[in-house]
Every structure is written in structure tokens, then in C-alpha cells.
Ligand binder design. Structure first.
Ligand SMILES: [Zn+2]
Ligand SMILES: [Zn+2]
Length: 429
């Protein structure tokens, strides 16, 4: 397990006075103050190099910090070690017989997941394990607000429900291709490992049928990959479906924009006996025939993105139908080939009541990818992406399409606008 010192927690009776001491004597400044309601504590954070001091002040009598102060007076409260995979770390400690205060992680300050070891296990020190929020740099919360949803809206005669399968993070340079960092980092600031936070936002269309477009990465990913991608599925598709009043049994049709793992991992699930089976028991699944061919004949450049367990079991179960460009997937819902990202990558159009919504998938992964040449380094055919985007943007602005950004960390959907030659996205969801 790789850990790094994240912060030192100090219980204080008066955070203002304590902060003044560290400011006047050591030049440390308070970067932010956060109230953690569940713990009845207010924390002042003072960055000091790669780590920070956390001054803890009780907000209610009887709270954990109030009790600590009563018993021992102000002083060292805990030491926090950052880990990439808190679930894995807890499992290892538990197996080794280490006494834990928290066997499962809970929500801490700065959007992190935290868990405490018992002081008796760590030579008299209360040790906090902390998995920082996706996109958080050392001692700093994520630079962009993370929007989780679900978010729903009526759209013509149907209802659109944007869901979440959690967040992950990818190398910022790879996400923006040839665009220099000095330009993209203003839109999506990277963490200290050069990664930017990304959402996974499947979309449900409730009309004549209930259609699910993409399903996030699902829960089959191993711990090593989950750590590489800073996967945060503390709130995932099952939670989002439940919050939207839906269950897996409500889904009639499941559509794949393309077969990359961050889009179709949630199409299947692993049962207790190890078998991988379709996750939506009543649904028929639709994917593009050309994309299927490429996914089942991968090469060195795309192999890591196509995980057979995400789509082969659908074919084996006889629930997958392969369709061509422009196929009608359900009444009013169509594929439209964008190519570029993969040869047969599809955006999905939803027409209802004279309006059009477009699920852009990896054509516009985030709203920061609006400029035509801001094309991902991941794209197999970037010049094709550019050509599609160039034509699509004009059409989307002209017809006021509602565009869904599947990987945007902060926004689910918006309308493209152009004013004085400058393009912007007006957020809707
Ligand atoms: Zn993709
Ligand atoms: Zn993607």
C-alpha cells in the first residue's frame, strides 16, 4: 500500500486564535474553512508544503472534538495518511487483524472518503485514512465543483433523466490532444497527478419505452484499475436509478454509443458464482455492428478500452442486436455516426415535440471540448472528429439542440450558443 502524509489534525478550543499563531509565527495561511455537519466539527485548513494542518473546533457540546478537549485539552488529535484506494486499504488492514474504528469509509471534509484506525492499533495515535476526492490536489479540494444529479426534465412528450455512475479521472493532456496545457488547465485544472475529474452520466429517456443510453463503468473493475482511474463510485448508477424512482426492471432498451469500458461496463454484472450476465433483465441491448466488429478485433491502440466481459455476455445471452448507421433505436431515438473517437462511434438523437436532444458521448466528452480542434488524444481518427464537430456545432447552435455531456464533471446538459463569434454553453442541467 502506498501512502503519503496528507494532514495533521489538531484539536483547538478557538480556531481563530490558533490560526493567528501559525500565521504570525510561521506564515501559514488558512486556505479554506469547512463545516462537517455529521461530525459537528469546523475545520480550518492551513497548507504547509505538500501537507497541511487541520485545526479542529467543536460546533456542538458532546461532539467528538468537544469530548476530546474536555478529556485532554487542546492538542494533537490525529494524523491522516492519503491512499488511492481506501476500500482496498481497509480490507488489507482488516485481514491483518488491525483494529479499526470504521470498517467502511464515510464522507469526510473536501469531498474525501475517510476511515479511522483505533489508536490502540497505531501506537497511541489516531490514524485517519483518506482517499481524496477525484481531481483533488494535495491539500486542495477539486478545482471544479462536481455535479452528481440525478437531474430530470420534461422534453416534448418524453422525460429525460440524467444519471450518474460516479466519477473518475484521466490524464488531462490525453483528454485534450494537441491543445497545450496552459489553455485547457483554465477550464479543467488537473490534480497533482495531472489528472482531471470526469463524470459518467448515462441518460434515461422515458417515452413509449424506457431507454437507457450508456451505463458507466459498472462494478467489475479490479482494484488496481480503479486506483489508476481514481474511480469514485461511492454514488453509482443503482443509487441514481433509485433516486430517480427507477429500477433495473424498468429499462426496456439499453443503447451503446460505443463499447469502451467507461460507457458499457454497467451493461453486465458479475454474479456470486462468477458468471457475468446482462444487468437489465428485461432489456434488449443495441450496439453498432461496425463498433462490435472493432471491439471484438482489437489492436494494440484500442485493446485497453474494450473489455470483452462488458459485451460478449450480452451476445451469449441472445439479448444484443447489432444495428447500422442512422438506426431507429426506439420511437424518436436514432443513432447518428460521428466516427472520429472510434470508426463507428455514435451520438444518439432524441426528437420529441419539435425539439432535439443529442447525447454526444465521446464526441463532446465535456463542455470544455466545445472548440472544434479540442479533440481528445484518445481519438483514433481525430481529423474525422474535427470534421463532424465543425458541422455539428453550426447545426446545434442554429436548432438549439439540448446537448448532453457524458463526462463533464460539473454539468449534465446545455445549449450551445454563439455570440459575437464566441461559443459558449448555456447550462440547462
Ligand atoms: Zn470512448
Ligand atoms: Zn468515454
Amino acid at each position: 500500500m502506498k501512502v503519503r502524509l496528507d494532514h495533521v489534525g489538531i484539536a483547538v478550543s478557538d480556531a481563530e486564535t490558533a490560526a493567528a499563531f501559525y500565521r504570525e509565527r510561521f506564515g501559514l495561511q488558512v486556505s479554506h474553512v469547512e463545516q462537517v455537519a455529521s461530525q459537528q466539527v469546523r475545520a480550518h485548513f492551513l497548507p504547509a508544503g505538500e501537507c497541511q494542518l487541520e485545526l479542529l473546533e467543536a460546533t456542538a457540546p458532546g461532539s467528538p472534538i468537544a469530548r476530546f478537549l474536555e478529556k485532554r485539552g487542546p492538542g494533537l488529535h490525529h494524523v491522516a495518511l492519503a491512499v488511492d484506494d481506501i476500500h482496498g486499504a481497509l480490507a488489507m488492514l482488516k485481514t491483518a487483524g488491525v483494529r479499526l474504528v470504521d470498517e467502511t469509509p464515510r464522507a469526510g471534509a473536501e469531498g474525501a472518503l475517510v476511515a479511522f484506525l483505533h489508536p490502540s492499533a497505531a501506537h497511541g495515535v489516531l490514524v485517519e485514512l483518506k482517499q481524496p476526492a477525484v481531481g483533488a490536489a494535495a491539500g486542495r479540494p477539486p478545482a471544479v465543483p462536481l455535479f452528481r444529479g440525478p437531474a430530470r426534465m420534461p422534453f416534448g412528450d418524453v422525460e429525460l433523466v440524467s444519471l450518474s455512475d460516479g466519477f473518475f479521472a484521466l490524464d488531462g493532456g490525453a483528454m485534450f490532444g494537441v491543445v497545450p496545457r496552459t489553455l485547457w488547465e483554465k477550464r479543467l485544472p488537473p490534480d497533482d497527478r495531472h489528472r482531471i475529474p470526469l463524470g459518467m452520466r448515462p441518460l434515461v429517456v422515458r417515452g413509449a419505452e424506457t431507454v437507457l443510453i450508456d451505463a458507466g463503468c459498472g462494478d467489475k473493475m479490479d482494484a488496481k484499475s480503479a486506483a489508476i482511474y481514481a474511480l469514485d463510485r461511492s454514488y453509482h448508477l443503482a443509487h441514481a436509478l433509485a433516486d430517480a424512482g427507477l429500477s433495473v426492471d424498468d429499462i426496456d432498451v439499453v443503447v451503446a454509443s460505443h463499447l469502451h469500458f467507461d460507457h458499457v461496463g454497467g451493461f453486465t454484472e458479475r454474479r456470486a458464482d462468477g458468471r457475468v450476465v446482462p444487468r437489465f433483465p428485461r432489456a434488449r441491448y443495441l450496439a453498432h455492428a461496425g463498433e462490435w466488429h472493432d471491439a471484438t478485433h482489437p489492436h494494440e491502440r484500442n485493446r485497453a478500452s474494450y473489455l470483452p466481459e462488458n459485451f460478449l455476455p450480452l451476445m451469449d445471452a441472445g439479448v444484443l442486436t447489432l444495428v447500422e448507421d442512422d438506426a431507429e433505436l426506439s420511437p424518436g431515438i436514432h443513432f447518428r455516426r460521428s466516427g472520429g473517437h472510434t470508426a463507428h462511434h455514435q451520438v444518439v438523437t432524441i426528437a420529441s415535440g419539435g425539439r432535439t436532444a443529442v447525447f454526444a458521448a465521446d464526441m463532446y466528452p465535456t463542455s470544455a471540448h466545445l472548440p472544434d480542434p479540442w479533440v481528445m488524444g484518445y481519438d483514433l481518427y481525430p481529423v474525422d472528429t474535427l470534421a463532424f464537430k465543425r458541422a455539428f456545432a453550426l447545426e446545434a447552435i442554429e436548432r438549439e439542440y439540448l446537448v448532453f455531456f457524458e463526462h463533464d464533471p460539473s454539468m449534465a446538459a446545455g445549449i450551445l450558443r454563439e455570440r459575437d463569434g464566441k461559443r459558449t454553453v448555456e447550462r440547462v442541467l
